[in-house]
Design a binder for this molecule. Structure first.
Ligand SMILES: Cc1cc2nc3c(=O)[nH]c(=O)nc-3n(C[C@H](O)[C@H](O)[C@H](O)COP(=O)(O)OP(=O)(O)OC[C@H]3O[C@@H](n4cnc5c(N)ncnc54)[C@H](O)[C@@H]3O)c2cc1C
Length: 383
């Protein structure tokens, strides 16, 4: 059998296969993305109970009920122990304790490579099925197989190998791909924010305005040379949009601050600098005026600045995105086996499928669980 893609899901699938009569083909050396996950600490899963965990994938989460019944957190943590890797819990999220993501990915690859050959630096260009046989054409060779697994990931961070070419392999075999969109991605802005580069704000409210809809999250943000990043921005990027406005509430109680500001004898910006990064105070209206001299209208301007610092943004694109929304339609995949409902003996696992979770280890848990499910199905069939 052939697995295309030696990332998190493809390697898990290879690891759990009982047969050695298989190869795994990768565009690069494999596991590039796994090696950089979670800031090199790999946020592997989290401690949410089963039903809440499913909600972490939005409406498609129900599709994962069977696969998580086979292989969920306990199984994943036990599996890591086989590599001598423990985990630690931080704010409900599990990270690797005594190994980096890179070390884990190397251990996984070398473990798989003992039994199943990893064909490296061999991008798969096309796939077709003749009778019962899949014909896989790579940049170097042509391979034939009875069982084919597509584990090519999404389209985000293409420098790790997941460049979206897997979707075209799926469509070559007749599958539909649900519209793709970058998520867990920073926001780019044309506004001149360059002078704010490197400025961070902690534990603030950020609202994404989409037409009449308002989505508010609380957390940390970071101004960068291209726009905005940080946990709260990545979270808001789960929403679909092309262009939007975000509103940042710079302080918790702007009205209270402005009342105090009016009693201050110095420049307005010097008072605000007690609560805000200096570079931000430079954007405040009437910043150079003596605060106690500000009139009602001017105080209202400052209050508005503090409560609604608005920026026009768009998503920065797949290159900077952690995850791809969309993918091979789950309507055409059996949730019990991850086999195609259209083509017998064709399987999918990992991010190529239209399943994506939020920040918190959802995507890796799913990648490993789906890899396990595909391996179990094939093991049952060939035993
Ligand atoms: C910077 C970063 C940090 C992340 N951190 C976390 C985290 O901490 N926790 C979490 O849950 N998720 C995290 N994610 C998301 C998570 O890493 C992915 O969802 C997961 O790796 C998907 O696994 P996969 O096997 O489907 O795809 P991938 O891991 O992307 O693997 C796909 C493999 O297929 C190969 N391939 C692609 N096309 C072809 C082709 N045509 N021919 C041959 N080979 C091909 C690629 O080279 C690659 O090796 C992070 C993502 C990024 C970018």
């Amino acid at each position: 059998m052939i697995i295309v893609g030696a990332g998190a899901s493809g390697l898990a699938c290879a690891y759990f296969l009982k047969t050695n009569n298989a190869i795994i083909i990768d565009k690069y050396e494999g596991a590039r993305k796994l090696a950089i996950t979670g800031n090199n600490r790999c946020n592997i899963t989290n401690n949410l109970p089963f039903e809440e965990f499913l909600l972490g994938y939005g409406k498609n989460g129900r599709f994962l009920r069977d696969t998580f019944s086979n292989f969920f957190k306990d199984e994943l943590l036990l599996w890591l122990k086989k590599f001598g890797i423990g985990t630690q819990e931080e704010n409900g999220r599990f990270f690797l304790k005594n190994a980096s993501s890179k070390k884990f990915s190397n251990l996984l690859k070398s473990n798989v490579d003992k039994r199943i050959k990893i064909k490296k630096f061999e991008p798969t260009m096309s796939v077709r099925k003749l009778g019962n046989i899949f014909i896989v054409q790579t940049s170097k060779d042509e391979y034939k197989t009875l069982n084919l697994v597509l584990a090519t990931g999404g389209k985000s961070y293409p420098q790790t190998g997941s460049d979206g070419s897997g979707y075209s392999l799926a469509t070559q075999l007749g599958h539909k791909v649900v519209d793709l969109e970058p998520i867990e991605v920073p926001f780019c802005s044309k506004n001149k924010l360059n002078h704010l580069r490197g400025t961070s704000l902690r534990d603030i409210y950020v609202t994404l305005k989409l037409g009449n809809k308002r989505i508010t999250e609380r957390g940390d943000i970071l101004f960068t040379h291209f726009g905005l990043s940080g946990p709260v921005i990545l979270k808001l990027s789960a929403n679909s949009f092309k262009e939007a406005e975000i509103s940042i509430k710079l302080l918790d109680s702007p009205l209270h601050t402005v009342k105090k500001l009016h009693l201050y004898k110095g420049k307005a910006k010097n008072y605000l600098a007690k609560f805000l990064p200096k570079r931000l105070t430079e954007l405040s209206p009437h910043k150079e005026l003596q605060a106690s001299n500000l009139n009602k209208k001017q105080l209202k301007d400052v209050e508005n600045f503090l409560s609604d610092f608005s920026i026009k943004v768009k998503k920065c694109g797949f290159k900077r995105a952690f995850v791809t929304k969309g993918g091979v339609s789950i309507k055409e995949i059996d949730p019990k086996t991850f086999e195609s409902k259209i083509i017998k003996n064709l399987f999918f696992c990992g991010e190529i499928v239209d399943i994506q979770g939020g920040i918190g280890g959802f995507n890796l848990q799913y990648a490993f669980s789906s890899g396990y499910t595909v391996a179990s199905t094939i093991n049952d069939r060939i035993s």
